[in-house]
Design a binder for this molecule. Structure first.
Ligand SMILES: O=C(O)COP(=O)(O)O
Ligand SMILES: [Mg+2]
Length: 225
């Protein structure tokens, strides 16, 4: 029988990965003479996976990037990031307790991220979180990715969850869009890496802190559908 499920985005939602994303990106791009980026830049660069983050960084700095250079940049980025995990990345306040509450109430949990699957799994392993999730899918797990509805729907199916009894929790446009495309309620958090105010994304609900993420709150969204 399929279970109720809460699906989470990873970067900027479950875990504050910004310091390591910035450090790994700068490790790669500065070797090509590209000016290092800052946390403020990151909100415009992140969200579409690692390749897009590198491409956007070169575009931001008006530097050309051909296919071979991109392949080389990806390897530098991934090797450095993978090798330093978990680095300075930390779960957001209250996140672990929220996962405990939901699991105790019978919810399945899953991760739907545009981060490459291998990096997502490694980060969750290094933070001791991997066993909490019935499924983890990355930007390269399927032939499509967020905001395509199937990224979320296939994550839910892989986790043995029920799409009718599911919500998507995220920090950015692609998380709210994937939920809307899949006709699933969305919960936005304001502490991640959105480049626009999350109110403008029109999620079903906004929570300011993980303490607000209770089984009752989630179940209320199912009933409201
Ligand atoms: O790494 C990215 O570009 C996006 O990651 P997220 O989907 O977990 O926010
Ligand atoms: Mg995110």
């Amino acid at each position: 029988m399929s279970s109720p499920i809460v699906v989470f985005d990873l970067d900027g939602t479950l875990v504050d990965t910004a310091p390591d994303l910035v450090a790994s990106l700068n490790h790669a791009v500065t070797q090509a003479g590209v000016e290092p980026v800052t946390y403020r830049d990151l909100t415009h660069l992140v969200g579409h996976g690692a390749r897009a983050m590198i491409e956007r960084t070169f575009a931001l700095r008006n530097k050309p990037l051909d296919e071979d250079a991109l392949t080389w940049q990806m390897k530098e980025f991934v090797d450095f990031y993978h090798g330093s995990m978990p680095g300075d990345s930390l779960p957001y306040p209250g996140m672990l307790d929220a996962l405990d509450r939901l699991t105790a109430a019978g919810f399945k949990l899953a991760v739907c991220t545009n981060k490459p699957e291998m990096l997502a799994n490694r980060l969750l392993e290094r933070l001791g979180l991997i066993d909490r999730f019935a499924a983890v899918s990355g930007g390269d797990t399927f032939e499509i990715r967020k905001p395509h509805a199937d990224h979320l729907l296939r994550t839910i199916a892989n986790a043995g969850g029920s799409a009718q009894h599911s919500v998507m929790v995220g920090d950015s446009l692609n998380d709210i869009l994937v939920a809307r495309n899949a006709v699933i309620p969305s919960i936005a958090v304001p502490f991640g890496y959105s480049d626009v105010p999350i109110e403008s994304l029109e999620p079903t609900l906004i929570i300011r802190h993980f303490d607000e993420l209770t089984p009752e709150l989630v179940t209320g969204l199912f009933n409201g559908k």
